[in-house]
Design a protein around this ligand. Structure first.
Ligand code: ATP
Length: 281
């Protein structure tokens, strides 16, 4: 578990993170819109940059020296080396060269087919899995991964999620994303930040329950989208045919409209409700 107390970060008088308190354990998803401060927080937890002086981060590690594995947002190194060459090189640099463990990681991250492929030839998802292997070489207590799903197609994102889940019992994982659906399903806990402030910490179900009784679904014509948007916050629009769309909206005001039925809230409704606040339309 990592305990964060009074964590703030100010750069040239701009407050990037504002007094964040949180406890991170299991797989924690750090989510929030672009510019919320996720990368700054991840870098501070990974000790890549320093927080302001009164901030405290406690790594619960039975007094052993804490080991952290870090995969930065733009992992893009040694494009002309092959997967196995990069992994062996980084293992040597980190003084953590253990052949059997390297092979185990290659296997676990489904990289066997790519071991002799140059990094510049890999897809985004495969490259991220190489990035995870390099972050795990020193058998860290905590694995910190910044925005790994950005730019991945849905199949690659699923493979990445499966790879991360396979590590769940070995390492605590902190993973960030501005696309919460990409990671929420594998996280035990979520830390939502917006404009440098924590706005939520807890489980997915708790977050969804905050939106229960406020989520509606209906089928409308495309031309009615604007008026639907004025009734609440549109959280999903699914095209049905060239005329009609199925929409989901969240509103705190009971909708007395025959086109809409109250439905169970889902994660996306809960998340958008949390980010956008109270809708008094
Ligand atoms: N070194 C810096 N100097 C000035 N401003 C910075 C610096 N680093 C980050 N910021 C600003 O701090 C805010 C948070 O940045 P950060 O990269 O941590 O956000 P983020 O949530 O990771 O965003 P994204 O999802 O776009 O990666 C942004 O407004 C950014 O411009």
């Amino acid at each position: 578990m990592i305990k964060i107390s009074n964590l703030s970060k100010t750069i040239r008088r701009k407050v990037i993170l504002d007094n964040i308190n949180a406890e991170l354990s299991g797989i924690t998803g750090v989510i929030g819109p672009n510019g919320a401060g996720k990368t700054t927080l991840m870098e501070i937890i990974a000790s890549v940059q320093k927080a302001d002086s009164k901030s405290i981060i406690t790594y619960n590690n039975n007094n052993r020296k804490v080991k952290i594995g870090y995969l930065p947002q733009n992992f893009n190194i040694y494009p002309n080396l092959t997967v196995i060459q990069v992994i062996e090189l980084i293992a040597s640099l980190k003084k953590s060269y253990h052949k059997v463990y390297i092979e185990q990681l290659i296997d676990q991250m489904n990289l066997g087919l790519y071991r002799d492929v140059k990094l510049k030839k890999l897809s985004g998802g495969t490259l991220q899995r190489v990035g995870i292997v390099q972050a795990l070489l020193n058998k860290p207590d905590y694995l910190i991964i910044d925005e790994p799903t950005t730019g991945l197609d849905i199949i690659e994102a699923i493979k990445l999620r499966e790879s991360l889940l396979s590590l769940k019992d070995e390492v605590e994982i902190i993973i960030s994303s501005h696309i919460p659906e990409d990671i929420a399903s594998i996280c035990d806990n979520l830390l939502v930040i917006k404009e440098g402030e924590k706005i939520y910490e807890g489980g997915i179900n708790q977050l969804i329950s905050k939106t229960s009784n406020t989520t509606y679904e209906g089928i409308i014509n495309r031309s009615e989208l604007n008026s639907a948007n004025s009734m609440g916050r549109l959280v999903r629009v699914e095209p049905l045919d060239s005329n009609q769309v199925k929409v989901r909206l969240v509103t705190n005001n009971p909708l007395n409209n025959n086109c809409f039925n109250k439905v169970e809230a889902d994660f996306l409704s809960g998340y958008i409700n949390l980010l956008e606040g109270d809708y008094n339309v």
